[in-house]
Structures are given as structure tokens and as C-alpha cells.
Design a protein around this ligand. Structure first.
Ligand code: C5P
Length: 218
């Protein structure tokens, strides 16, 4: 099924990236990390000195950077004006600013276009916050991935090489609050989505569940 689209939405740190890449690898599909696109936009705005708390300034500048995503699940890439920023977009400064930037409607409209262009060829696992609800509601498989805040913070802190768990949890919950509360395309469980709670599941178990859903849909 080359046209298969699998949408994986959920809160920050719920395991969306590892899960989505694993599913894509298992099924021989492409992979799109839409969060990386919002992070790339945020990285560029910060570098340009744009005040990321000023929605008008963000909206005015957002059309300038050229953002491009690679779709290989084994080596995802994200470039801004031709430079790979995969490492830079994971920095604390970007993480702290990305949710306010992503709440700006003009930013969402620009990236939505890019996302739909990539997804249109089909055969892809797409992770984000609004994929099943707004970006691609016709996805054959929609998953809403969640995990308890404690589990998410412990995993994310470990990923980051042992940053403080309490601080990491605060940062995750603050992003969830902004992402769920914004007016445009808030994080929500899409109609028709299957809720997978990964708190007590291993990564291979979560991947197995989604692969099984995809096989049912095919
Ligand atoms: O997935 P990740 O945590 O890298 O996403 C970073 C941020 O990008 C999210 O906290 C959210 O503000 C924004 N985002 C979004 N819509 C998406 C994907 C990410 O608003 N589809």
C-alpha cells in the first residue's frame, strides 16, 4: 500500500519520534517529523533576532526561510536555506521558544503547505500535534500517543544525557499547555484516532501495536 499515511500525534515526550521512525522502518515507509519544521522556523527566527513573543513580528518574518525535510526514517534531515540544522533545533533556546512560535497562524499556514506537499506522495509516517485533525484527516491510520508526565520526563531527561527530571517535566508540561490551548490547530485527539498509552509499554511494543493497526487498515 504505497499510499498509506500513518498520523502519529501526541504530547511532548510521549515517544512519537522513536515510535514513528520504528514504524516507518518496519513497513518500508517514509517519515516526516513536523515538529522539526516548527523547530527549524524557531531556530531561524532566533538567529535573525526576531522577538519570538511578538506574534506580529513572527508572522511578518515567517515567509523568509526556506525549510526542507528529508524523509528517510534512518537519517532524518532538516535544512534551513540549505544548511542542516538537525542538531541546532534540539537546543534549549529553541525548545523554550517553539510553542509560542507554533501558535502563530501564519507560521502554521506556511508549514501546513510544505507538510501536505511531502505527504501527498503517500507511504509515510507523519508525527506532530495536528496531523490527524488538520494536516491529513484522511490518514488511513491515526494514533494519539500519550504517557504519564513522570514517564515522559524520565525518558526525555535520559535522552538529553541526564538533565534534571523535574526541570524537564516542567518544560514538557508548559509546551503541552501552550500546544493544547492555542486557537489554531491545537493538540487534540483526532476523530478516528486510536489512543495508545505508552507509559507501561516498551518501544517495540508500541511499534508492534501501530504496525498491527496499519496491517488492519491495508
Ligand atoms: O515534536 P516536537 O516536540 O519536536 O515539536 C516541537 C513543537 O512544535 C511542539 O511543542 C509544538 O509547539 C510544535 N508543533 C506543532 N504542530 C505539529 C508539530 C509540532 O505545533 N504538527
Amino acid at each position: 500500500t504505497p499510499s498509506l499515511v500513518i498520523a502519529v500525534d501526541g504530547t511532548s515526550g510521549s515517544g512519537k519520534s522513536s515510535t514513528s521512525r520504528g514504524v516507518a522502518e518496519r513497513l518500508g515507509l517514509r517519515y516526516l517529523d513536523t515538529g522539526a519544521m516548527f523547530r527549524a522556523m524557531t531556530w531561524w527566527l532566533l538567529r535573525e533576532g526576531v522577538d519570538v513573543r511578538d506574534g506580529g513580528a513572527v508572522a511578518a518574518a515567517a515567509g523568509r526561510p526556506h525549510i526542507e525535510s528529508g524523509t528517510d526514517p534512518l537519517a532524518p534531515t532538516i535544512t534551513v536555506d540549505g544548511s542542516d540544522v538537525s542538531v541546532e533545533i534540539r537546543g534549549e533556546d529553541v525548545t523554550a521558544a517553539v510553542s509560542p512560535v507554533s501558535a502563530v497562524p501564519e507560521v502554521r499556514a506556511l508549514l501546513l503547505d510544505l507538510q501536505r506537499q511531502v505527504i501527498a506522495d503517500g507511504g509515510i509516517v507523519v508525527e506532530g500535534r495536528d496531523i490527524g485533525s488538520v494536516v491529513w484527516p484522511e490518514a488511513e491510520v491515526k494514533v494519539y500517543l500519550s504517557a504519564d508526565p513522570d514517564a515522559r520526563a524520565v525518558r526525555r531527561a535520559a535522552e538529553q544525557g541526564g538533565t534534571d527530571v523535574a526541570t524537564t517535566q516542567q518544560s514538557l508540561l508548559e509546551r503541552d499547555r501552550i500546544d493544547s490551548g492555542r486557537a489554531t490547530a491545537p493538540l487534540t485527539m483526532a476523530q478516528g484516532a486510536v489512543h495508545v498509552d505508552s507509559t507501561h509499554l516498551t518501544l517495540p511494543e508500541v511499534i508492534d501495536r501501530i504496525v498491527a493497526l496499519a496491517e488492519q487498515a491495508a
